[in-house]
Structures are given as C-alpha cells and as structure tokens.
Design a protein. Sequence first.
Length: 147
Amino acid sequence: MTDIVINREISTSPEVLFEFLVHADKLVQWLGVSARIDATPGGEFLVKITDGDTAVGSYVEVVPHHRCVFTWGWAESADVPPGSSTVAIDLERTPGGTRLTLTHSGLPTDTAPGHRAGWTYFLDRFTNAGTGIANPPVDVSPIQEDS
C-alpha cells in the first residue's frame, strides 16, 4: 500500500475552502458532475466524477474549517473498491490564505501514480473554485492518458 501527499497554498480562507468539501453544490464545482453527500461522520460520500467514474465512501471526520476525512474507492473496481482507501484534507490558516494538505492513504502501489495525477488536476480545480474562478467541465482524458 502507498500514501500520496499533496500540498497547496491557496489565497483564500479555510472557512471559504471548507464549504467546497461539505456541500454537494460546491463540491461539484471542482470534483465531478454530481454528488450525493452527508458530511457527518458515517455519512455518505458519493461523487460521480465523470459519466464512467464514481467515487464511493463515507465521511470519517469533519472538523469545520480545519479537516475533512472520507473513505474513497471506485464503484465496481476490484483494485480500489468503494471505501477501501482514505482521503484526509487539512486546512491550515497562513498569512496569505490557506495551506491545504491532501493525504490519500491505503492505495495499492500500482494505482498511486494515477491517483496523484487525478488529485493534482482536481486540486487545481479546487483552487479555482475556492478563489472564485469558474472551472470548465471536467475532462480527465489527459489524466487517463498519462496514467
């Protein structure tokens, strides 16, 4: 198993960014085309990333404006089945806004490069959404070609 860690500096507050992790209408501004979530411990995390890819898990920990943890996996995947890995997103206030740290743990080693590329793409979109920049429709084809 492998863990990936990605850090970002984002020029807005943790309070603003946190909303994009716990409200379906804001989550889909950066992470997919539709979502059904209940951002409470044990609550559902289901995000249709594209027409063919759905992430499935549940919320584990939700600390307003600081931390959001949910399990992660892919519907109908044997490699990373629903809820088989864990994503933790930590938000730390900085003088310039927020330091975001995403840790995706428990990934099969051979799937880590694709997940890292995917999270890099989606964290660019998260940064845009959190700073008021509209994202174009999700296009994961370059990610799938690079993986």
